[in-house]
Design a protein around this ligand. Sequence first.
Ligand SMILES: Nc1ncnc2c1ncn2[C@@H]1O[C@H](COP(=O)(O)OP(=O)(O)OP(=O)(O)O)[C@@H](O)[C@H]1O
Ligand SMILES: [Mg+2]
Length: 403
Amino acid sequence: MLTVTAEDVDSNEVRRACSRLFSLESVESDRFLENLDLEMVKKAYREHAKTCHPDAQCSISGGSGAESFLNIQRSYEVLTSYLERRAKESLHAVARERKIIAVGGAKGGIGKSIFAANLSVVLASKGFKTVAVDLDLGGANLHLYLGNRAILKRSINDFLKKRVNTLQELVVESGHGPLLIGGDSSELGAANIEFSKKLRLLKAVKNIEADYVVLDLGGDTSYNIVDFFNLADYTIVLTTLDTVSYISSYHFMKAAIYRKLNRLFGTESKFRDEREADLERLVREVTMAPDGPKIKSIGDLIERVREDQPMNLSILVRALQDFNPCLVVNRVEKEADIGPVVMKIQDVSKKWLSKEVTYLGSISAQREITESVKALVPTVAKYPRGRLATELEAIFQNLIRSR
Ligand SMILES: Nc1ncnc2c1ncn2[C@@H]1O[C@H](COP(=O)(O)OP(=O)(O)OP(=O)(O)O)[C@@H](O)[C@H]1O
Ligand SMILES: [Mg+2]
């Protein structure tokens, strides 16, 4: 029996194998290989094998029956291996699809923009096409942290005011690796966008061409901010070790998960095509009642759905599984202080949100950061082998392992 592994197959062999199993005219057409699938190969093999079996005395290309049969068999193996490799490659291409990373946390000044800017530089330095997007519409400064001193000629406001049709038209070079889509909060009302504009923006962010899109968010729990957060494939919540900051980080996650449930069947949701009116009503009733939520925890909601509408439980469970906030602790002075804070956040999230929050790592408080902020240069561009670069690398590795 001949054995052909996927790696052995070259394109000439594939063409030869096709010409043995299929008619010459079809093989010559450009679309033939594109449309070739396993069923076609099996069918052609069965037909030829019947007539070319050594007992059937046939001959292809002038060879003996046995030789022809071996050729048919080899062609079959070449083509099945080729299709196997093609399937693997397309899986790999899916894995390389653009990923959106959102950086949130419900407190100002904790380092979200520094983190987003420097993570973007790290990703770009790895060869990923990276676009950093300033979605802190009311406090846009990502361009400064990325080293763009000049006032931006184009900003997200141009998209919101329909002066351009796509976010792609706003992309500028940051000068340190990543591309940038910047904001301009100097325009009055920049942060107060209407719902329809926000939906348009959410859709446009999903269409940005890149390997990684990094979203820098504002520091509160307004609907706009949590909607941008919930849009991402990877969601990072930043906190410092101070009490207000870590309590706010939990509040941010709570707001985001409740909002995700409220918008379970919204046009921007992955679950929009699975709309179940009963579930939609119940979720709204219990999470958005005018006098406050009617449930104490996400666990209570799961129980209500399990009891009242078990047929909808799977949608709820899948939506909750789709929410995976990860935690990064910034401005750490003493490593020993990290553990207790991370545990507190993880414990309350587990108890009230039924969520295991993944801890990705920490960033130390460092002079390199304050100095480079003053000089308007991303820290990791100034110190590519410095402490922040090492810390961000570890965080990135944990992030991609988190899903
Ligand atoms: N690890 C760190 N070490 C030293 N300084 C830091 C560190 N992280 C942040 N900073 C300082 O904190 C300041 C605020 O950071 P940044 O602007 O990134 O916060 P933010 O969370 O984005 O705030 P906002 O919500 O207002 O946008 C920076 O100017 C920087 O000097
Ligand atoms: Mg910021």
